[in-house]
Design a protein around this ligand. Structure first.
Ligand SMILES: Nc1nc2c(c(=O)[nH]1)N[C@H]1C(S)=C(S)[C@@H](COP(=O)(O)O)O[C@H]1N2
Ligand SMILES: [Mo]
Length: 366
């Protein structure tokens, strides 16, 4: 079966809302809970949810009959049915998706927006078709510069704005990359409604805002898109007035084997965590158990997929009891290293500084 019935879809939503750590309401925004981050794959029910509007009311039969409007830039619209896409060559790919606002809560001074801790990130195996195979079905006009994607969700952006849909564009180079997919499955199941049922864009290595959910139209455009979610939001604005739009996820890592403030009984301790670097590969992860005084190289445990986070581990035998500050630091093959401090920016994006975690080692009484 391609999808579950509407009732089950509705039921799933309340399960999600219970399982996730709620960060926003109307629409629901939720983080993956800390213990679920200690796993390479995030189960669908624990995958973080970030929507700007209430999700559209798409029933199972709406999903089965879904079609996407495709315009190569000449105004002529070709409709492609989801069922036609499903018959095309299937592409399956592991992709870690991180919301650009992940860890916004760590910034000092605080900025407005969803106050995410470390859980606005998740990893899934996505299946669908290469967007490039779909684009081949129309002739892109030669003056096209970007491809614009529209979701079926609508709402008011800010009080002074009218109703709008969720719109984002991609440069041609990224749109034509065979790894950019239109996904209709997530971890082997049809997409849950909150994650874009029946079909969404998945842009590997980019922050989550690029991966448009509930995709209903694709259009080649002649001028770079500058709509609300591209010209106003998802721009890194530094204190010195410089700014740039967000694209690839910045290099980052964190400890997942322990919770902040956890009591741990003395003995050999298996430290674990995750590291990722957008479209680049992670080269190494170093770990400190003494607040950054000394560093040891962790083992990288894969899986070695291009666009998903990697697991790392380090066995450690503490030399003394009491508080210890654990920190991980990643480096990628392009020579980028995770910064010690995140760079403050007005809208609180791309927060990737080191994330110290404190544990308390107590005496083994047995
Ligand atoms: N149509 C639509 N697509 C969207 C959004 C949205 O609000 N509407 N939010 C974006 C943002 S900011 C993120 S981080 C990801 C979140 O995807 P998820 O909810 O499946 O985790 O979807 C992106 N795609
Ligand atoms: Mo996001």
């Amino acid at each position: 079966m391609f999808c579950k019935c509407t009732k089950e879809t509705t039921d799933q939503v309340s399960i999600f809302n219970d399982a996730l750590k709620q960060v926003g309401d109307k629409p629901f925004v939720g983080e993956t809970p800390q213990n679920a981050l200690d796993s390479w794959i995030t189960p669908n029910a624990l995958f973080y949810v970030r929507s700007h509007f209430e999700y559209p009311d798409i029933s199972c039969s709406d999903g089965l009959n879904w079609s996407i409007s495709l315009d190569g830039g000449d105004g002529h619209i070709k409709k492609i049915k989801l069922m036609e896409l499903i018959k095309m060559p299937k592409k399956t790919i592991a992709v870690t998706m991180e919301c650009a606002g992940n860890n916004r809560n760590d910034l000092d001074p605080k900025v407005s927006g969803n106050q995410f801790d470390s859980g606005a990130i998740s990893n899934a195996i996505w299946s669908g078709v290469s967007l490039s195979d779909v684009l081949k079905q129309v002739n892109l006009t030669s003056d096209s510069v970007e491809i614009l994607f529209e979701g079926a969700d609508r709402g008011r952006l800010e009080s002074e704005y009218d109703q709008s849909s969720y719109l984002r564009s991609l440069p041609l180079e990224i749109a034509n990359d065979p790894d950019t997919i239109l996904a209709y499955q997530m971890n082997g199941e049809s997409l849950p409604i909150e994650h874009g049922f029946p079909i969404r864009l998945v842009v590997p290595g980019w922050y989550g805002m690029a991966s448009v959910k509930w995709l209903n139209s694709i259009k080649a455009i002649k001028k770079p898109f500058s709509g609300y979610f591209q010209g106003k939001k998802y721009i890194v604005k530094y204190k010195n007035g410089k700014e740039h739009p967000l694209t690839e996820m910045q290099i980052k890592s964190f400890v997942t084997s322990h919770n902040h403030g956890q009591d741990v009984v003395n003995g050999p301790i298996a430290l674990r965590g995750l590291a990722w670097a957008g479209r680049a590969a992670v080269k190494s992860v170093e770990v400190s158990v003494d607040e950054g005084e000394t560093w040891e190289t962790a083992s990288l445990n894969g899986p070695n997929d291009t666009y998903s986070w990697q697991k790392w581990s380090l066995d450690w035998i503490p030399e003394d009891l009491g508080h210890h500050t654990l920190i991980s630091k990643a480096t990628d093959f392009n020579g980028n290293q995770q910064p010690i401090e995140s760079v403050w920016n007005e809208l609180g994006y791309a927060v990737n500084g080191l994330k110290p975690l404190c544990i308390n080692i107590s005496k083994n009484v047995s």
